[in-house]
Design a protein around this ligand. Structure first.
Ligand code: CO8
Length: 259
């Protein structure tokens, strides 16, 4: 499939890399980009050869937000009926394989929200995160007021949403928004390395781990603990569990078959 606003490639036969590609607009999100991203994510999620997906942008921008030139003319009816850029948002949430955001440069507004939709964020040292919508007379509209406080706590989320200031990579790591910060020239290798590491594990186990961790954000602690327990028990029905534990006991490397 050919795309105009993203590019895709496969690394090591098992990692899908999706690159946002609207360089002149700092990868601002529009419906075409989001439709293409949704289609690519769904395709890779359904491809049994793919174990992990990396979502990235350019050195200057992961994504500088939703496309302001499109939104500038919107009436309430346009925004409400059109569901601009968010009509595909749930697609991202429905992806069952791990998705890593590799962020360099600006991740602002919808760009920050898109990064937060991924399972974890690896940032380059030049990354800048923020929800600057307040400066445009609006508020975050794709989960920023909900996911950011869950990631960094109320105080910092309020600060970012109310002042519109940007947070650099070091602050984002301290706050818990990103899992690792690496020099810009190491970002792609670091994300690919993490993705390949994930691919080497049982795909059933990585999917279950993703599902269980996500439960921590969407329900009560008691529900989440029970959900985790059930998945944990279910994994003893897999060949990969037998292989993983046998390999440990016999001091050899495990070879998972994703069964
Ligand atoms: N939309 C459209 N174009 C953009 C955007 C954007 N979000 N961001 C940058 N661009 C364009 C610029 O207009 C410029 O285009 P041109 O060269 O044609 O003038 C080009 O990208 C380069 O940008 P700058 O010259 O501004 O580059 P700088 O390095 O000087 O500044 C910044 C970079 C700081 C990132 C600056 O471009 C900026 O502030 N951008 C806007 C950031 C922003 O406000 N983002 C939030 C947008 S609102 C949003 O995301 C809401 C999401 C809600 C989703 C739900 C919808 C229903």
């Amino acid at each position: 499939m050919s795309y105009e606003c993203i590019t895709t490639r496969i690394e090591g036969d098992k990692v899908a890399v999706i690159t946002l590609n609207r360089p002149k607009a700092l990868n601002a999100l529009n419906d075409q980009l989001m439709d293409e991203l949704g289609a690519a994510l769904k395709g890779f999620d359904a491809d049994p050869a793919i174990g992990c997906i990396v979502l990235t942008g350019s050195e200057k921008a992961f994504a500088a937000g939703a496309d302001i030139t499109v939104m500038a003319k919107f009436s309430f009816a346009d925004a409400y009926k059109g569901d601009f850029i968010t009509r595909n948002w749930e697609t991202i949430r429905s992806i069952r394989k791990p998705v890593i955001a590799a962020v360099s440069g600006f991740a602002l507004g919808g760009g920050c929200e898109l990064a937060m939709m991924c399972d974890f964020i690896i940032a380059a040292d030049n990354a800048k995160f923020g929800q600057p919508e307040i400066k445009l007379g609006i508020i975050p509209g794709a989960g920023g007021t909900q996911r950011l406080p869950r990631a960094v706590g109320k105080a910092k989320a309020m600060d970012l949403a109310l002042t519109g200031r940007m947070m650099d990579a070091a602050e984002a790591e301290r706050a818990g928004l990103v899992s690792r910060v690496v020099p810009l020239d190491k970002l792609q290798d670091e994300a690919l390395g993490a993705a390949l590491q994930i691919c080497a594990f049982s795909q059933i186990a990585t999917m279950a781990a993703k599902e269980a961790v996500n439960r921590a954000f969407e329900g009560t602690l008691a529900d989440g603990i029970m959900f985790e327990r059930r998945l944990f028990h279910a994994l003893f029905a897999t060949t990969d569990q037998k292989e993983g534990m046998d390999a440990f006991v016999n001091k050899r490397a495990a070879h998972f078959t994703h069964q």
